[in-house]
Ligand binder design. Structure first.
Ligand code: ADP
Length: 425
């Protein structure tokens, strides 16, 4: 009885760890070859994974624990020799046996495969009877060697070929880049055309709006209905024409065809005008905007309309990305030969790694699902065109615009400061 209890105890305390199965990664695109190797090795208790292309092969080799890699040399996306050279350069795989599996049984192919780091060379179709033994031997440490002289010579040729391939790839990339540029310019032309086309019906709509707005009827209830409809109509038209204007401005800016009509500009007037234009909404949102004294700033030569648009976009953003009840400060900084205006808000802030990207066309940080059309509502999204337009206008004046912010934090509201630097001449 005692014996039995003791035996039971020993069974329950000695939890034997199951030995890990030997893991083999087979990088091969051909389904028939995959199936054949899978079938032949299945009787030998290996844990076989298969990658069907070079890139996923590399990923699997780097992510998984692998004891041996079977490498098809002729993959459609990459050369198995290049993959081998890459993997062997990684500490993780310096000692992992990598066995070339190839239909090209030539001595040159063998030499090249071994020279780049393959530990073995097996020709396809595999010999079903001897394949498991070959794999076991490579796992046991067998290594096909290449005489050092042959290795040197082969590597020399291989490196020459690699450079040739690289050059061909660079040419391919250049061609693809040219194609992308053409597509990009076609896209910009298209956007510009559509925006122009939209302007015509908008002008017609505007005509009807004016008609409706001036319509007078005797019945006061009817009159109110008409006035309300006209107001809604007018709002929609303004919004639509703003969007068209933004798209046209950005396409002009990206095509570097923005023309300026310069004259003497007092920056304080320009900024005050923008702030006045959004007075109603900042009162609604209980946001305070403090514009500090700028009367001492020199009068600059600029396109007042364009510069006003740039300020409008920056100030509009300060309002949009500051929660209700927040504050904004606009103050000047003077340095010899330049004028800088700082637009400081106590809003969400801009992530450090996005501070360049937000000036790119159509780049927005906010989730598209939260998109709203308001220009001043908290988080009211836009098209991601406000800053690129501002940047284009400021750069056309030989100025610069940039943002400084500790990062984005919706709870602690670190804020952002946008700086606009302009030549003082
Ligand atoms: P949008 O029309 O979407 O506001 P913009 O080009 O004006 O596009 O701005 C791009 C992005 O930069 C915005 O989506 C927003 O995430 C971020 N951003 C701009 N200004 C501010 C700001 N003052 N505070 C925080 N984020 C800002």
């Amino acid at each position: 009885m005692n014996d039995i209890v003791q035996n039971d105890l020993s069974l329950s305390t000695e939890v034997e760890e199951k030995p890990r199965k030997t893991k083999i990664l087979y990088i091969e695109d051909n389904l028939a070859n995959q199936k054949l190797v899978e079938r032949v090795l299945s009787r030998h208790n290996y844990d076989l994974s298969i990658a069907s292309d070079g890139v996923s092969g590399i990923n699997m080799a780097m992510e998984q624990e692998v004891d041996l890699i079977l490498m098809d040399i002729n993959l459609p996306d990459m050369d198995g020799k290049d993959i081998t050279a890459f993997l062997k350069s990684k500490p993780k795989h310096v000692k992992t046996p990598i066995i070339a599996l190839t239909a090209d049984a030539s001595a040159a192919n063998r030499d090249r495969s071994l020279a780049v780091g393959c530990d073995g060379f097996i020709t396809k179709p595999i010999d079903i009877a001897s394949f498991p033994n070959q794999v076991a031997e490579y796992l046991g440490g067998q290594k096909d060697e290449l005489a050092p002289e042959d290795q040197k010579e082969t590597l020399k040729t291989y490196v020459g070929e690699l450079v040739g391939n690289l050059e061909a790839k660079v040419k391919e990339l250049e061609a693809a880049n040219q194609k992308l540029k053409k597509l990009d310019s076609a896209k910009s032309d298209f956007i510009q055309l559509v925006s122009h086309e939209l302007r015509t019906p908008l002008t017609i709509l505007n005509g009807y709006y004016m008609l409706m707005n001036n319509m007078k009827v005797l019945d006061p209830d009817e009159q109110k209905k008409i006035t309300d409809i006209a107001a809604g109509f007018g709002k929609g038209i303004t919004r639509l024409s703003d969007v068209i204007q933004d798209v046209l401005s950005v396409s002009k800016i990206t095509a570097s065809s923005l023309s300026l009509s310069k004259g003497p500009i007092r920056l304080s007037d320009s900024i005050t005008q923008v702030v006045r234009g959004i007075e109603k909404s900042i009162i609604q949102r209980n946001i305070s905007i403090a514009v500090e004294d700028m009367t001492h700033l020199p009068i600059i030569q600029a396109d007042g309309k364009q510069l006003g648009l740039a300020f409008k976009n920056i100030i509009g953003n300060s309002v949009k990305y500051t929660p209700d009840g927040g504050s904004i400060r606009i103050y000047p900084l003077t340095m010899k030969g330049t004028v800088t205006i700082a637009f400081q808000d106590r809003g969400l802030g801009v992530p450090l790694n996005e501070q360049h990207a937000i000036f790119e066309p159509f780049y927005r940080l906010e989730n598209i699902d939260n998109h709203s059309t308001s220009k001043t509502q908290f988080l009211g999204g836009g098209l991601g065109l406000g800053l690129p337009i501002a940047k284009g206008i400021i750069e056309a004046h030989n100025g610069r615009v940039w943002v400084e912010s500790p990062g984005r934090d919706e709870h602690n509201l670190p804020g952002s400061t946008f700086f606009v630097l302009l030549p003082a001449t």
